[in-house]
Design a protein around this ligand. Structure first.
Ligand code: NAD
Length: 701
């Protein structure tokens, strides 16, 4: 169903009914328009109620229709608005739960609005790089005043109905109804119908005046705030422009201007990137061969093995979500240290006022500690986070296999080891899965779910659902060295090393890629994470793949004990007590000496080349990962990079970025790099999938 119609006691009720959020899809728009027409034609109807079925009034556009012909089919929202606004009988929007985006625009087109307390009211369009495009920027200031309207339109965050209703002089809500909403709305409708029956004209939001004292100064200030907050995004500024138009222009002119701004934002790369992220996050949960209705296993109790950096962070995710956690270690000392880490974190939150003492106590009460595997028998999910050594993982998984209850999910947080090998240490490899958290595990949003050869479909479906409970974005990766994220970053870091060999300094590389929009350049990133981790991996790889090529500078750095922030020195110098990366003359001399020792002349490398070499090294590896099926879709790779690696959000991820540059151009640039005698020709061979897409004129996304 899309919307239903009934009429009783002179009042017609049109009910939006398009689960889950009564999105304004084509069928719904058609049904609402038909309902309005029918009410006009029925002489017994004196007023119309527009209500939402289920838990919400209306969440706005139906996102399933985005980009399809149905989204453009008439009646479009603007048409519907004209119909509602032109109704000869009062139309009352009856709001509860959620009223957002197009839903709020539709409500603003109604004659009156009543609401239940607690309803979330928002224009979230700015989060997709857009603005409300059906009159929202012109009507909201008319009912809430310029300042509140601007805050809501630029910020995109929901505000509670009762908060807005309490604002002095507001005209958004005509009544807040605390009791039964529909009964209250009927009473209200009967009352206004009686008033208008006497010939009082129907009020329209468009006819209200809007003003602001000293508008020029005010909007100037609003612009500086908006551009500071949303550096790379044009939409917040355009929101200010549109709201300003509500003050300076007539309603119709303002509407036309809003439309113009909306259409121009629609085609910006920033909006495209935000929409890609919005849909990519939703698509990440859909695994091609795992049906959406796969029955889930229950996860009510969790166990974590290893109380180090990751084990403690992982535990907090579940404690925060209200799930009991048993934490296991090998020694009392290690266990106490882990418990103290968690306790300290919560105490810090309390001190900062981010957590109440009661909440902190509740979370700590959910945590138990043990040295015995027998205490893990009740856990529905066990996550191992012990040392990154296969032998240690083997001991742990063999022990888990003996005590875990049937159906328990056994997960490993390994970053580099083979999940299939780890699964083989149990008699239940189908219950084993990789859960690759990122550090700090209680903060980072990304979770790579590593699907082993034997991992059962219901195990996958269950951990994907569990990720939502602990508010992570889960992306599925197949088994390979480094999974999606680290496998790509390794190529990026290799290139960063080659750039040093050819003449760059670490700070030059970092500055260029940070100007591109990365949260942190590769050298600052490794100083934060610890250069010793990569050193250990390279040593291991040197045995397995002796011909693996990379710049020697990172090893030289580690030989000097410069592991990064934790040792007070890495690619940069760090003064005690600060995290500011100060360029190091010692490191620059080390790089110059190394360059001389390999007979490489230094040359000036511009920022464009730095960025292309770093970003295209991600793109080429991503193409291999896609082709091998390690990632099932391009957007999954972009989501990994947006949420776990600080890739600039306004560029949408490495693959959307490559598409935006034109794959033909990307491949041509790679071949050009391959001709540089000091770079690595094999490195720059375009991946087969990339070459094919270029030949077919296709794109990744
Ligand atoms: P860590 O050294 O901080 O902690 C490991 C903990 O495991 C220690 O407290 C140790 O006492 C305990 N331990 C060792 N053997 C054990 C055993 N047999 N039984 C129970 N406990 C045992 O290491 P970490 O950084 O937390 O890394 C843990 C795992 O997480 C590794 O597999 C690592 O690759 C992975 N990982 C780490 C990061 C990171 O950034 N640190 C990120 C993602 C994944």
């Amino acid at each position: 169903m899309s919307a239903s119609y009934e009429s009783r006691d002179g009042i017609a009720v049109i009910t939006l009914d398009n689960p889950p959020v009564n999105g304004l899809g084509h069928a719904t728009r058609l049904a609402v328009a038909a309902g309005i027409d029918r009410a006009q034609a029925d002489p017994s109807v004196t007023a119309v109620l527009l209500v939402g079925a289920g838990k919400v009034f209306c969440g706005g556009a139906d996102i399933r229709e985005f980009g399809t012909p149905a989204s453009l089919a008439e009646p479009q929202l603007g048409t519907l608005m004209r119909l509602v606004e032109g109704s000869a009988k009062p139309v009352v929007a009856v709001i509860h739960g959620v009223c957002m985006g197009g839903g709020l625009e539709l409500a603003l087109g109604c004659t009156y609005r009543v609401a239940a307390p607690g309803a979330g009211i928002a224009f979230p369009e700015v989060k997709l790089g857009l603005l409300p495009g059906a009159g929202g920027t012109q009507r909201l200031p008319r009912v809430l005043g310029v300042e509140t309207a601007l805050q809501m339109i630029v910020g995109g965050e929901p505000v509670k109905s009762e908060v807005l209703a309490a604002l002095p002089g507001q005209r958004l809500f005509d009544r807040i109804i605390a009791g039964d909403l529909l009964t209250g709305a009927r009473d209200f409708a009967a009352q206004v119908a009686a008033t208008h029956a006497t010939g009082v004209p129907l009020p329209r939001v468009r006819d209200l005046s809007v003003a602001h004292p000293g508008p020029d100064d005010y909007f100037q200030r609003a612009r500086s705030v908006a551009s500071a907050v949303a550096r790379h995004f044009p939409a917040p500024l355009r929101c200010v422009d549109a709201v300003e138009a509500s003050v300076h222009r007539s309603f119709e002119d303002g509407l036309a201007y809003e439309r113009e701004l909306f259409v121009s934002l629609m085609s910006t790369p920033e909006s495209r990137a935000l929409r890609h992220a919005f849909f990519g996050e939703r698509a990440a949960g859909k695994i091609p061969d795992v049906p959406a209705d796969t029955p889930l296993r229950t996860i009510a109790r969790v166990a974590v093995v290893g109380a180090g950096t990751m084990g403690t962070g992982i535990s907090m995710n579940f404690l925060n979500a209200g799930l009991p956690v048993v934490l296991l270690e090998t020694t009392q000392v290690a266990l106490d240290r882990g418990l103290a880490t968690i306790a300290r974190h919560y105490e810090g939150q309390v001190t900062k006022g981010k957590l109440t003492p009661e909440r902190s106590a509740q979370r700590m009460a959910l945590l138990t500690a043990t040295l015995s595997y027998h205490d893990l028998g009740e856990a529905d999910l066990v996550i191992e986070a012990v040392y990154e050594e296969l032998g240690v993982k083997e001991t742990v998984f063999r022990s888990l296999d003996l005590v875990a209850k049937p159906g328990a999910i056994l997960a490993t947080n390994t970053s580099t080891l083979n999940v299939d090998t780890i699964a083989s240490y149990t008699k239940r490899p189908s219950d084993v899965v990789g859960l690759h958290f990122f550090s700090p595990a209680h903060v980072m949003k990304l979770l790579e779910v590593v699907r082993g050869e034997a991992t059962a479909k219901d195990v996958l479906a269950t951990v994907m659902a569990m990720a939502k409970v602990i508010r992570k974005l889960a992306v599925v990766s197949g088994v390979c060295d480094g999974f999606i994220g680290n496998r790509m970053i390794e190529q990026y870091v290799r290139q960063a090393g080659y750039l040093l060999d050819e003449g760059c300094t670490p700070s030059q590389v970092d500055r260029a890629i940070e100007a591109f929009g990365f949260a942190m350049g590769p050298f600052r990133m490794y100083d934060l994470a610890g250069n010793d981790i990569g050193w250990a991996i390279r040593k291991r790889r040197a045995v397995e793949h002796p011909d693996f090529r990379y710049s020697g500078t990172a090893d030289l750095l580690c030989e000097r004990g410069r592991f990064g922030q934790k040792t007070g020195a890495g690619w940069y110098d760090y003064r005690p007590g600060t995290r500011d990366a100060v360029p190091s003359p010692e490191v620059e001399a080390m790089i110059t000496d190394h360059r001389a020792s390999i007979g490489r002349p230094a040359r000036d490398i511009d920022d464009v080349e730095i960025v292309e070499r770093l970003v295209y090294s991600l793109v080429n590896e991503a193409a291999r990962i896609l082709e091998e099926g390690i990632a099932s879709k391009a957007s999954d790779i972009d989501m990994v990079y947006l949420t776990g690696y600080g890739f600039p959000r306004h560029r949408g991820g490495p693959l959307l970025y490559a598409d935006s540059q034109g794959l033909e151009n990307v491949a041509r640039t790679m071949r050009q790099f391959a001709r540089n005698p000091h770079d690595d020709a094999a490195f720059w061979e375009p991946a087969p999938l990339l070459a094919r897409l270029v030949a077919d004129g296709g794109s990744f996304t």
